[in-house]
Design a protein around this ligand. Structure first.
Ligand code: SF4
Length: 366
């Protein structure tokens, strides 16, 4: 393997060959993001606190902060102390089941234990608790956005942690993965089965195979663009100073270039919106001029009960024909339930449904 050991972030970075070369071949550190030192310090302090909790030792958050604090982060001490205070109240630890804290696991291609620098896959598990054949793996994050359930279920990093745990503790058959969002003292969790981990292994072998066979270190816009450390050097992200709107008439090559630029911008806008949303929910609308603001706008929709509507129609001697529409979502749900309980009813309903197609211009995975 040319580019192993593979951690989760190395595999993710491989989505863009340009960024991969910068980080792992040129060893270019790129733009250091504002929160990286902050998150690192908190990670170290939280690990020390958990160790103290397991050993039933007294600890002082201030003292631990002093120990790990990077001078660059000094101005954010009170923010860190707030997070640690929340941690103290919100973090749940199954002290007697703790099997590892900041446990570094590295394995060979055949899943056997390997040296850290000379392995196929590797990762560091913030916390692993084991109860018989069940592992609970917790990752701490200081990011602002809390992941949605689908993002937890599809999360490659969490699957990687479970996979590494399975290699190290072969008795494990069930896995719960949690993220502790340290800013809010909130958890999100998901599960993985052995079958999920087999599928995960097949997926990452394919992803790694693609990285190993990269021939051109070209930029490929992907979901990492919004956080990319190499954006200032990326040819795709260099906007034309004359403006961001593409020319009216384009060649195929220009269209591809513009579409690639658009993908980078879309990923950045997605993250910018999430962050502004978090700010706005705490601080209210963000006015950018006298007549434009970003904020939460209430939409009001009216619902009518079918039973009451029918009664009013009957009372006034009107026919319902041509006036009633069934909600698509409700009917889909009904068909799904009926497939189990009354398959004939479900199939008759399915048969009378008529597809209505529409076309929307958007970026999509192909
Ligand atoms: S901005 Fe996007 S396309 Fe450019 S280097 Fe970074 S990840 Fe790759």
């Amino acid at each position: 393997m040319k580019y192993s050991p593979y951690s989760h972030s190395r595999i993710q970075t491989g989505n863009c060959p340009f960024a991969f070369k910068k980080r792992y071949i040129d060893r270019d550190r790129g733009i250091q993001r504002g929160n990286s030192g902050f998150g690192k310090v908190l990670h170290l302090v939280i690990a020390d606190i958990i160790k103290a909790m397991v050993a039933r030792r007294e600890y002082s958050a201030d003292r631990l902060l002093e120990l790990h604090m990077d001078t660059a982060e000094l101005s954010r001490t009170s923010e860190m102390l707030d997070i640690l205070n929340t941690f103290h109240h919100a973090f749940v630890l199954n002290r007697d089941k703790v099997a590892g804290i900041e446990e570094a696991i590295a394995v060979n291609f055949d899943d056997s234990e390997a040296p850290w620098e000379d392995s196929y896959l590797r990762g560091v598990l913030d916390l692993i608790e084991i109860d018989g054949t069940h592992a609970t793996i917790t990752d701490h994050k200081t990011q602002f956005n809390i992941l949605a359930q689908t993002q937890m279920d599809d999360n490659l990093q969490l699957s990687m942690y479970c996979y590494l745990a399975k290699c190290m503790y072969p008795q494990l058959t069930r896995f719960t993965v949690k993220i502790y969002f340290a800013r809010y003292g909130a958890y999100r969790q998901s599960t993985r089965t052995l079958a999920d981990l087999d599928a995960f292994r097949r997926t990452i072998d394919i992803m790694i195979g693609k990285i190993e066979s990269i021939e051109e270190w070209v930029p490929i816009a992907c979901s990492s663009c919004a956080f990319c450390e190499y954006i200032s050097a990326c040819p795709l992200a260099q906007y034309d100073p004359k403006g961001l709107v593409p020319p009216e008439v384009m060649t195929q090559a220009q269209a591809v270039r513009e579409a690639r630029l658009l993908r980078v911008r879309e990923e950045q806008i997605k993250v910018a919106k999430e962050r502004l949303k978090a700010f706005s929910s705490a601080n209210g609308p963000i006015e950018i001029s006298g007549d434009y603001a970003f904020g939460f706008v209430e939409n009001c929709s009216t619902e009518w009960s079918p039973k009451e509507v029918r009664e009013v129609f009957e009372r006034h001697d009107h026919s319902l024909d041509g006036h009633v529409n069934f909600s698509k979502t409700n009917l889909r749900r009904l068909i799904k339930q009926a497939q189990r309980l009354d398959p004939d009813f479900a199939s008759d309903l399915e048969e009378i449904g008529k597809d209505k197609k529409s076309t929307r211009f958007k970026g999509y995975k192909c």
